[in-house]
Structure formats: structure tokens, C-alpha cells
Design a protein around this ligand. Structure first.
Ligand SMILES: *Cc1c(COP(=O)(O)O)cnc(C)c1O
Length: 394
């Protein structure tokens, strides 16, 4: 046994989160793609079966009340809230992240003065946010400017209406400085919209503490809600009365069953709702979130950094220098929960890795992406992934 396999054993033995792995359905692959689709918590299938067979099959329409279907978007929002540092009553679960980016960004622009004619968007963003920002700018008559998060402070002015940023770069795993960027955006009198897809469930976000205005995120990555599970929208409490949704569906009406021809928005976070919620996905997510009842985000963050540190150490020990280059920042304060390695033949290397039971993913044009979900990835997995990677790179 090598020094690093022994080290992995020790780290796993000392890991308080290690027992959680048994609460997930995992075979003997090393699953490092939880930043794309989280693994299935073992109790979820029975819960979904109950929702289908009993709540839908037997109670039918009664379930909107009796099974709590109608209030699920706010209830589950309150369950996500502590994971992103938000007090209750500010998060609603609905639709996809893409749709919520649209709602949040248009609503932010509508809250700004008309002399604020510019929207800034993260130039390194996950593409959907950029596409939607372009459309939101066109619809609201603003111009859109793409700048990197580092360039945001210099790009801000009294013309800036809103700034849409990713908390963690999906490609490089770089963690952006949410507290200081939000403070700069506020100093310029603009509103911040943060996309938390790659941070929620992996690290502390502190939405309330840092005065974030609006935020969105998905639930199928580090929150393990299942494929296409609904996303969430955070609207800071004091902004809720001014939240003017570009998608004012009947579900956010103050009296949805009044069936009024004119729209009067409900108070609170549920203004972010649009139409009938996707109950099967939503309740699978609610069940999946129970895993977090006994887990603190700070413990998850500590383990995440230990895993990514250990992975880099193993890759450096096993791989010929210069064969891969890490594009993930070394500094903990700038690192999310993934390691991204560049090499010219990344697509082919990842294909071979997956065939050998190490599941990461490839991002165009030359990035090998390895996501570390502290709830179920072990240090032994990490060492094995680095060892098999080095064999495939040799
Ligand atoms: C995964 C991801 C999305 C996904 O959006 P969907 O609408 O769920 O497809 C959006 N933004 C970021 C930053 C992501 O990482």
C-alpha cells in the first residue's frame, strides 16, 4: 500500500460525515459528478412511490390540501434557506434555474431607476444565464455588458441597474468573493443577482449576512434533488414588496382561486411562483433534503476542501509534471467543491476514466471536471480517482 492509500484510510476513519455515504445509492464507481447530478438518497424512491400511489392515486385532488402540495414551494424553500444562510420566508422553489434567472434579473431591473441603463453579466457564466440576460436586457431596454467578476468593481457606475454573477465558476471551480462583490454593487446603487448552482450544498453562502438582493440556484447538483428537480429563487425580504415578476402566473396571485381577470401579487416570497408546481419532482427534492437535518454546511465545507486538497496532492504525486494543469485556484477562499484539470486530450481521457469506473465529466474544449460531494465522496475514492487518472494519462 502506498503512503497515500494509508493516508486516505486515516482521513476516512476520522471523518464524521463518512456514515452519510450509506444513505445514498452508490455502487462501486467513484462518483465525482455530483456537481452535475447529485446521487440518489436511498430513502427517496419509497417516498416518491408514496406520493404517486397514495397522495395522487388515492387522495387525488384532496392532496393539494391534505398532502401539502399547494404550499410545497414555500415550505421547501424554507428548508433550503438555512443551507444558503437565509431566514425563512424569502425562498420559493419552482421552475428551472434558467426561468428563475429571468424572473430575478428582470425584477431587479424593474426595481432600478430608469437612468440606470446597463446590466452587467458575468463573462464566464454558465451559458444559460448569459442568454437570458441578453433577452432580459432587450426586453427592459437596457444594454448588456459582459465582464469577468474581477472586472465588476471597475465596471460599476451610476448607470448600472443590476449585476448577474455565478458564485462558483462551473468550469474552473473558482469561488468568487460574494461579500465584497455584493458590497461594491451596493455602493454603486445597483442590485446583485447571484447564481448559486455550484455553491449551495457545498459551502456557506450567507445570503442574509451579506445583504444579497436576489439569488437563484438549482437543486439537482449538491442538493441531490434528482434530475430536473425544481430550482429556487431568493428575494430579500425588504425587496419583496417591489418584486414585480415578469411571469405573474396565477400561483403568485394574492387570491389564486378568486380567478380574477386582473393580477394582484401575493405578499412575500411566493410572488416568485408562476404556475402549478411540478409536485413529483418537488416532493422528491423535499425528501432528499432530509439528509441535511443532521449536517452542518460548515462541516461539509471543511471536508470539501480536505477532499480537493487531497485530490490535488494525489494527482501531483502520481502524474508526470506538466501532463495536466489545474485551473482551479489553490487558495481555499477561491475554491468551490470541484477540481478542473486541463489537458489537450481531455475528452478522450474522461471517456476512458468513465469506462474504468471514475465518473467525472468533460467540459469543452479541454477540461476534466471532478466534483466532490462531501456527503458521499470518500478519501479512498479520491485517491483511487487520482491513481486511475494518472494511469490513463501515462
Ligand atoms: C447547472 C447550472 C444551471 C442550470 O440551469 P437549468 O435551468 O437547471 O438547466 C444554471 N446556471 C448555472 C451556473 C449552473 O451551474
Amino acid at each position: 500500500m502506498s503512503e497515500l492509500t494509508l493516508r486516505a484510510e486515516k482521513l476516512d476513519a476520522a471523518d464524521d460525515l463518512a456514515p452519510l455515504r450509506n444513505r445514498f445509492v452508490l455502487d462501486d464507481v467513484v462518483y465525482l459528478d455530483g456537481n452535475s447530478l447529485g446521487a440518489l438518497p436511498a430513502h427517496v424512491p419509497d417516498r416518491v412511490a408514496d406520493v404517486v400511489r397514495r397522495q395522487w392515486g388515492e387522495l387525488r385532488i384532496r392532496s393539494w390540501d391534505e398532502s401539502g402540495w399547494w404550499t410545497a414551494p414555500e415550505r421547501i424553500g424554507d428548508r433550503i434557506a438555512p443551507l444558503v444562510g437565509a431566514a425563512a420566508g424569502q425562498i420559493v422553489v419552482s421552475d428551472s434555474t434558467s426561468v428563475n434567472v429571468f424572473k430575478a434579473l428582470v425584477a431587479a431591473v424593474r426595481m432600478s431607476h430608469e437612468t440606470r441603463t446597463e446590466i452587467l453579466v458575468d463573462a464566464t457564466t454558465f451559458p444559460t444565464d448569459g442568454y437570458i440576460a441578453e433577452s432580459a436586457a432587450r426586453m427592459t431596454g437596457r444594454t448588456l455588458r459582459a465582464v469577468t467578476p474581477a472586472e465588476v468593481p471597475a465596471a460599476l457606475s451610476d448607470r448600472t441597474a443590476a449585476v448577474l454573477l455565478n458564485h462558483v465558476d462551473y468550469r474552473t471551480g473558482r469561488l468568487h468573493d460574494l461579500p465584497s462583490l455584493t458590497a461594491s454593487i451596493h455602493e454603486a446603487g445597483a442590485l446583485s443577482v447571484w447564481d448559486l448552482c455550484h455553491s449551495a450544498g457545498a459551502l456557506e453562502v450567507g445570503l442574509d449576512r451579506h445583504g444579497v438582493d436576489l439569488a437563484v440556484g438549482c437543486t439537482y447538483k449538491y442538493l441531490n434533488g434528482g434530475p430536473g428537480s425544481p430550482a429556487y429563487l431568493y428575494v430579500r425580504r425588504d425587496l419583496q414588496p417591489r418584486f414585480d415578476s415578469p411571469l405573474p402566473g396565477w400561483n403568485s396571485h394574492t387570491d389564486p382561486f378568486g380567478m380574477s381577470p386582473s393580477y394582484t401579487p401575493a405578499p412575500g416570497a411566493l410572488r416568485g411562483r408562476v404556475g402549478t408546481p411540478d409536485i413529483l419532482s418537488m416532493l422528491a427534492l423535499e425528501a432528499a433534503l432530509e439528509i441535511w437535518d443532521d449536517v452542518s454546511i460548515s462541516a461539509v465545507r471543511t471536508k470539501s476542501l480536505a477532499l480537493t486538497d487531497f485530490f490535488l496532492r494525489c494527482v501531483r504525486a502520481y502524474t508526470e509534471p506538466g501532463r495536466v494543469e489545474s485551473v482551479t485556484p489553490e487558495r481555499h477562499a477561491e475554491r468551490g467543491s470541484q477540481i478542473a484539470l486541463r489537458c489537450p486530450d481531455a475528452g478522450e481521457v474522461m471517456r476512458r476514466l468513465i469506462s474504468r469506473g471514475v465518473v467525472g465529466d468533460f467540459r469543452h474544449p479541454d477540461v476534466l471536471r471532478f466534483g466532490f460531494t462531501p456527503l458521499y465522496v470518500t478519501f479512498a475514492d479520491t485517491e483511487r480517482a487520482a491513481r486511475i487518472l494518472s494511469e490513463e494519462l501515462a
